[in-house]
Write a protein that binds this ligand. Sequence first.
Ligand SMILES: C[S@@+](CC[C@H](N)C(=O)[O-])C[C@H]1O[C@@H](n2cnc3c(N)ncnc32)[C@H](O)[C@@H]1O
Length: 343
Amino acid sequence: MVLCLSRLAGQKDLEFFPTQDTIIPLIRSYLSFPEEGTTVLDPCCADGDAVLQLCPDQFHFGMELNTTRALQAKATNEFIQVLAGPFENSTISNRAFGFIHLNPPYDWVAGGGDRYEEIFLYRASNYLAHGGVLELLVPVSLFQYKGAEVIKHLLSNYQDIRIYKYPEPEYQLFKQIVVFGVKKPSERITATPEWLEEQVALITTGDIPVLAMQDAPIYHVPAINPGMVKVFRCNHYDAVLARSESRTLSILQSQSMPVLKDQLTAPYPLDKASLALLAVGGYVDGKMPGHYLLGQYENREVTSHDIDDDGSEITITQKKSSTIFRVLLPMPGPDGSRILTIV
Ligand SMILES: C[S@@+](CC[C@H](N)C(=O)[O-])C[C@H]1O[C@@H](n2cnc3c(N)ncnc32)[C@H](O)[C@@H]1O
């Protein structure tokens, strides 16, 4: 069977070209994972099958634009979190992952100019910890369009870079390559256009080593924040996902006017900050019988110091927000006070 990588066929299913089952064990043989586990990101994880096969028993975080596939990934219960939405709209802690499996959509961004592969690669690089391992799977054609830019990005941000083409018959069928690299602090690269052109030509003519089963792993993925990623969210409302997750739609429907019943949108479960805003506005007063509830949203500035990618010390001033609830209890609590503060 010849896979048709035609643009229209791919666009129809959001560029869903899953990592082939025959390729996964080969990629796997290049990698070792720490016993205590590491945080793993697949920013376009589909149903999760590829990343879960590549590195089982790790702390997986996924994102997927196609709702059906995102729900399938969630249903595996193997992910710490799966977000349904575009990776471009995500907010994720920098340097939070030990390993990234990146098999991005293969297409031009609407309006031309940029390729999704580039956008995903540049964005994903921010989320890999120093020493973390990138495994990137892209079509050779990316290098015909954007070869010099992609190579410059890889050299600036990664060390121990190895680029392999698929073995046959997969290479003839899919024309894909696999790039491995270890994240390093960003550095400026000076390379002549001629040298870059030569590197691009090696890839586009297939003059690179073939991905093959390794006797011993080459890349040792470090243990990074096992299970903990401080910020992992996406500002995208997905109605199907919200309906499957929301536990409040039926309550809203039972309380709303008949004329509005069918027009209600399922809300995602509220986070603490949104709940506080409702409390500050008085919208939850009386909804907790016997209690008076006050929500407060506090903003303050916090200064900290960090080491930048080039090794110099930087001062970071961040706006921190915290949410505080004060509840007036019907009876005094253990400390004798009737005001309970929940931070
Ligand atoms: C090439 S497939 C890779 C799937 C899987 N990671 C794998 O390796 O088998 C690309 C996936 O990206 C998803 N996708 C397309 N655009 C996206 C976007 N902007 N943000 C997140 N996922 C996206 C597609 O729905 C598809 O499932």
